[in-house]
Design a protein around this ligand. Structure first.
Ligand SMILES: [Zn+2]
Length: 177
């Protein structure tokens, strides 16, 4: 199972390359923990619009020991990457260099390019698998135990809508106490 790849606190520069065929953009609500917005009839959106974050399987070509891992791209970096032509539905090979002042959170994207990654393309289900694990969502969705692992987040969000909505409602009740 793929773990979340994080940059270390002390790191002031990093290079990433996306390995997965796609990058998923999910709206995340924060209420003491990260909760995925179900997009339709969301009780969280009535309170605030949340933040868009990107999820992909990537690795660090600047780190020889780097293996494939799930990355979470924050809203500011995501905006900088989409401004520089990141195509979420054809993301494999998109690479970027980012820098920040040590100890602060504000990554600045310095350069982007396309490259042939040195690691193989993960199977299509690996990105939704990793996101399911990160957010502790159920593995089996769909009917008759059929695994639904679409390459697009929208049908996946729809399949998870009930549990996502319930979680946000419970969280809002908890926060209102
Ligand atoms: Zn929402």
């Amino acid at each position: 199972m793929l773990n979340l790849t994080r940059t270390a606190m002390k790191e002031s520069a990093a290079t990433m390359v996306i390995l997965s065929p796609t990058l998923w953009i999910l709206r995340i609500h924060w209420g003491g923990k990260s909760l995925i917005c179900p997009n339709t009839r969301c009780p969280g959106c009535a309170v605030d619009r949340g933040k868009l974050k990107g999820y992909a399987i990537a690795h660090r070509p600047d780190r020889p020991e780097s293996t494939a891992g799930l990355i979470e791209v924050g809203p500011d970096t995501l905006r900088q990457l989409t401004d520089r032509n990141l195509q979420p539905e054809a993301a494999r090979g998109f690479a970027w260099r980012m820098e920040r002042r040590t100890g602060t959170n504000g990554w600045k994207v310095i350069a982007t390019t396309h490259m042939e990654p040195s690691l193989p393309e993960p199977a299509e289900h690996e990105l939704p698998d990793a996101i399911e694990t990160l957010f502790a969502l159920p593995f089996r969705i769909g009917t008759d135990g059929e695994l639904v692992k679409p390459k697009d987040p929208r049908p996946w969000l729809e399949a998870h809508r009930r549990i996502l909505t319930t979680r946000i409602s419970l969280n809002l009740k908890e926060l209102a106490k």
